[in-house]
Design a protein around this ligand. Structure first.
Ligand code: FUB
Ligand code: ZN
Length: 668
């Protein structure tokens, strides 16, 4: 694959490029891309577009990004101050005194926030955002030790470095620092954090590896970060270390710590693994990092192993919302088809890691199944993690919330959305996801431009020896019409590819006024010489779908979920008639399904109305009864119209009963 030419405007570099940038020049793309930017020689089918070259301009995601920029990122900085993350770094630097506060990985929240601020600056430069990043970067840099080591909590506690790597998160924090530094230099041109990252990266390279200390962090993410640092600097030793960390797992390294290896994704070597298991965030971060290593090292066997694992995750361990991780116990994936709705863990960070892995697999293979999976995760499992206002969060994302649920611990959704958590991994992770979202809209290859995620947007990509500039207008996901207009094009032929999601049976594409049917679960392609003003229109049918689960998902047998486009719906107490409790509702699957767009509701959503029934449940001394041997008869029940709202929007009107999977009225 040849190197892309520059396209789109990069923010002006504010400092001189240094040694590292020179080293990188030999193989890095001309203009660096957003998150996960493979080098020109990586074995990827598709290339991401540079920051600024794809930009959400309005609509659904613009609203989320605005809240992220105006509310979440500023309040996030305050939280880093009040929760003690920044003080930990100051204490480590010797500019403040006190004890370390918070979990051992407190620094990682600072780095995620810095990453979010950087991508956000890339979207829309502002002096305030730049100053905030510089101030926090200075605090980080001051805490770094002369040999490059950096971890404020370990430094403050003074018990020694790398004494308990399965739990200490020292590499985990480093990985987030690397990604933040790369985002900062790509979007602002500032090298402050990159210099810190290079010193820490060099320290890790000198300390760990095949001919050095054999050890690996209990929480992956350093792999992704190191590959990104390699991509930015051209220093191959970072890539080699990432490869080492990927390969080191599954060989008993962590056994010496007496811990259960499954939790750490350490039971089976990555290239032999067939599924995802253990702690969900760890598992998907590792897989995403392994995908980065696989494409940079052209390691087809490793990519094949990841393909297998992703397929098994989708087939047996993914919630309909795209949520990942069925168990509260160890925040882990469950066994195949173990997907309880009420006890779902589905940590917001796991959905983010899922999107990152899906994106890397999409770049590597060009297979739309990954774009479909990423879209499902983004619109549902991920987005449910943040309030419409932008600064209140869910850590855990169940698919059912019962009447009378008791908030028995900090992360419990029964508290309602919370402004921060003792373990605050999710909020700044959400911030960086939303501020980097533009980078997931489109890609290019030698043949043309591919649109994967639909939003009103502007996309510029290198094609046919020049730059193609497209504008996309749509009210997706509420409306299925996606209008793409060519604003500028080179004179050569190139192919425009539009993803037709797997659910979009009956989609059509109109080119030059001629409508044609297109295949769901594939890319609709048009190859021609394009001129400014050319328009194509994709129409995705936004029919309401009732979905049932494989019966091996025992927890939701006899239930249906409501979906429309990429959005999964939920019934929430606030929308039901007086006297009808969500816990009791049943859905009449033969009744008509209607939709109404409600600009006044939940910042503007399309609601679904369905027929339903509400059996009168009375308190029973014993909730079991003799099984009937006759054909099961539905319980007699009052008719009760059902109103469903997008799952992502639940709990924005207080916390109350909610369910995604609704029992069918025609079953006992
Ligand atoms: O260990 C760091 C983060 O804290 C994990 O990714 C989350 O699951 C939470 O346990
Ligand atoms: Zn989290």
């Amino acid at each position: 694959m040849s190197a892309p030419t520059s396209a789109g405007a990069a923010p002006e570099r504010v400092q001189e490029p240094s040694r590292a940038a020179d080293e990188a020049a030999h193989e890095r793309t001309e203009l660096p891309a957003g998150p996960a930017a493979p080098t020109a020689r990586a074995a990827t089918r598709l290339r991401p577009v540079p920051p600024g070259a794809a930009r959400v301009t309005g609509g659904f995601w613009a609203d989320r990004q605005r809240a992220n920029r105006e509310t979440a990122i500023p309040s996030g900085q305050e939280r880093l101050e009040s929760a003690g993350n920044l003080d930990n770094l100051r204490i480590a630097a010797g500019t403040a005194t006190g004890e370390a506060r918070g979990p051992i990985f407190m620094d990682s929240d600072v780095y995620k926030w810095l990453e979010a601020a950087a991508w956000e600056y890339g979207r829309q430069p502002s002096e305030e955002l730049l100053e905030a990043q510089r101030a926090v970067t200075e605090i980080v840099a001051a805490a770094q030790q002369p040999d490059g080591y950096l971890d404020s909590v370990v430094q403050i506690e003074g018990k020694g470095r790398y004494r308990d790597l399965p739990w200490s998160h020292e590499h985990y924090c480093a990985g987030h620092l690397f990604q933040a530094a790369v985002a900062q230099v790509r979007c602002t041109g500032d090298r402050g954090l990159l210099e810190v990252a290079i010193r820490l990266g060099d320290h890790l390279v000198e300390t760990f590896g095949e001919d050095r200390r054999h050890d690996v962090d209990g929480h992956p993410v350093a792999e992704m970060g190191l590959v990104e640092l390699y991509r930015e600097t051209g220093n191959r030793s970072y890539l080699e270390l990432a490869r080492y960390f990927v390969e080191a797992r599954g060989h008993g390294l962590m056994d010496s710590y007496g811990k259960e290896p499954t939790y750490f994704s350490d039971r089976v070597p990555v290239r032999e693994q067939t599924t995802v298991e253990g702690h969900a965030v760890r598992a998907v971060y590792l897989a995403a990092g392994a995908a980065d290593v696989a494409v940079e090292l052209e390691d087809a066997e490793l990519l094949e192993a990841l393909t297998r694992q992703f397929a098994h995750m989708l087939a047996t361990k993914t919630y309909v919302t795209g949520g990942l991780g069925a168990r509260w116990d160890w925040e882990a994936f469950g066994d195949p088809y173990e997907l309880p709705a009420d006890r779902a863990y589905a940590e917001t960070c796991a959905a983010i890691g899922g999107v990152q892995w899906a994106w890397r697999m999409l770049l590597a293979t060009g297979d739309p199944v990954y774009a479909d999976a990423g879209e499902r995760m983004l619109h549902n499992g991920f987005l449910a993690g943040v309030s419409l206002g932008g600064a209140e969060y869910f850590y855990v994302n169940p698919l059912q919330h019962r009447d009378g649920a008791h908030p028995d611990e900090n992360r419990s959704p029964a508290h309602g959305r919370r402004g921060w958590f003792d373990c605050a991994c999710c909020p700044p992770n959400i911030m960086r996801m939303l501020s980097s979202l533009d980078g997931y809209l489109a890609t290019s290859d030698d043949d043309g431009v591919q649109l994967h995620l639909y939003a009103s947007s502007e996309v510029t990509a290198a094609v046919g020896g020049g730059a193609a500039r497209l504008s996309v207008e749509t009210d997706y996901p509420w409306d299925g019409r996606v209008r793409v207009q060519v604003q500028e094009s080179p004179e050569a032929e190139w192919t425009l590819s539009l993803r037709v999601p797997g659910w979009a049976e009956g989609a059509t594409l109109t080119v030059d006024g001629e409508q044609q049917a297109v295949t769901a679960g594939a890319y609709a392609t048009v190859r021609r010489v394009w001129s400014a003003g050319d328009v194509v229109e994709l129409v995705l049918p936004m029919t309401v779908r009732l979905t049932e689960a494989d019966e091996r998902v025992d927890a939701v047998r006899g239930c249906v979920a409501i979906e429309r486009g990429p959005v999964v719906y939920a019934v929430e107490q606030a929308d039901q008639p007086d006297g009808v409790l969500v816990d009791d509702l049943r859905l009449d699957v033969s009744a008509p399904l209607e939709t109404e767009h409600r600009p006044d509701l939940l910042a503007g959503v399309t609601v679904v109305r369905a027929g339903g029934r509400s059996p009168a449940h009375t308190a029973q001394p014993w909730p079991y009864r003799p099984a009937t041997t006759a054909a099961a008869q539905p319980q007699p029940a009052e008719e009760a119209p059902v109103t469903a709202v997008p799952y992502f929007a639940w709990a924005n009107r207080g916390i109350g009963p909610m369910r995604v999977w609704i029992p069918r009225a025609d079953r006992a």
